[in-house]
Design a protein around this ligand. Structure first.
Ligand SMILES: Nc1nc2c(ncn2[C@@H]2O[C@H](COP(=O)(O)OP(=O)(O)O)[C@@H](O)[C@H]2O)c(=O)[nH]1
Ligand SMILES: [Mg+2]
Length: 282
């Protein structure tokens, strides 16, 4: 995998103290994608115009995911994930971000890009973390099975009891937050391409994020969101296996020492693809 030197991507330490213009934040959209070539044209072409950057995290796709993304959106920044799973993909994408706000957007067409402004508004109005929910007025889903819905409710209850939170939709991946919250999330993008999946690399990542946000006492505002059906292909999620991973994450995260990663941007040089365009350097 090609590596890029830290100096050519700007000084990561300087970004930590950069003064954010809160009225005009730079919005970075992170899109994890594993074999989503058929869906990406729909998703990328529906993105709003005022974005600072779009970061696609490719999950060792065997289809044309990367080529299609570059065709539809030539300025897209492509990151290869270091290990396996959606959690690792998000960690790698977050490490590469250069904007002030990170929006997590699935590549399967289930998350409507027109909702991005709702999330950004919640952040501008004072939230640290804008959490999507399908279970508030104005939200909903045409992609949620009954089994998944009941499992989500039960896991939601466990988390709310353990953490004193009031989440209504624990297992939902459409969220946005200020980049400065990354040290609280403390996700580890890793430092080498490995053909394996570590704890936190799977779908449990959403629970890990939600519980770390809660333990870090960040301000969470829920945003109603309507989940659409995935357009093509099948979900990568296994309801029972991933449900147990979520439960395990909820319990272990409660009792372990609070993690903190001061400079997640250290990982930057390890995950950037050399062929990315230079244009986004601010
Ligand atoms: N890069 C990467 N993306 C993944 C991986 N697993 C899932 N995704 C992406 O994460 C998003 C949500 O996954 P999906 O399979 O739709 O799960 P569901 O929405 O929970 O049913 C989609 O954009 C997937 O392409 C992975 O291992 N690597
Ligand atoms: Mg999906």
């Amino acid at each position: 995998m090609p590596f890029r030197s830290a100096t050519s991507t700007g000084d990561p330490e300087r970004r930590l103290v950069a003064v954010h213009d809160r009225s005009r934040p730079r919005i970075s959209v992170v899109v994890p994608a594993r074999n989503e070539a058929a869906n990406l044209p729909h998703v990328l072409s529906a993105l709003p115009p005022e974005l600072y950057e779009v970061v696609l995290v490719d999950g060792h796709s065997s289809d044309d995911t990367v080529a299609v993304a570059r065709t539809v959106r030539p300025d897209i920044r492509v990151v290869q994930q270091t290990r396996r799973g959606k959690g690792n993909a998000l960690a790698c994408g977050f490490a590469a971000v250069r904007g002030d706000i990170i929006v997590m957007l699935d590549a399967d067409g289930s998350a409507d890009p027109r909702e991005i402004s709702r999330y950004v508004d919640a952040l501008l109005e004072g939230a640290d973390f804008a959490k999507g929910t399908r279970f508030a007025q104005g939200g909903g889903s045409s992609d949620l099975t009954r089994l998944r819905s009941s499992g989500n409710k039960a896991l939601n209850l466990v988390v709310n009891l353990l953490y004193g939170t009031r989440y209504t939709d624990l297992c939902y991946g459409y969220n946005a937050f200020w980049t400065r919250c990354l040290p609280v999330l403390a996700l580890d993008a890793g430092d080498a391409e490995q053909d394996k999946k570590l704890w936190g690399d799977g779908f449990e990542v959403e629970t890990i994020i939600n519980t770390r946000i809660a333990r870090g006492r960040l301000k969470v505002v829920e945003v109603p969101s309507f989940e659409l059906e995935r357009i093509h292909g099948a979900s990568n999620l296994n309801t029972w296996r991933d449900g147990f991973r979520v439960l395990r994450a909820a319990v272990t995260e409660r009792f372990r020492p609070r993690p903190h990663r001061e400079t997640p941007w250290r990982d930057l040089e390890l995950v950037l693809d050399l062929t990315e365009p230079e244009a986004a350097t601010a």
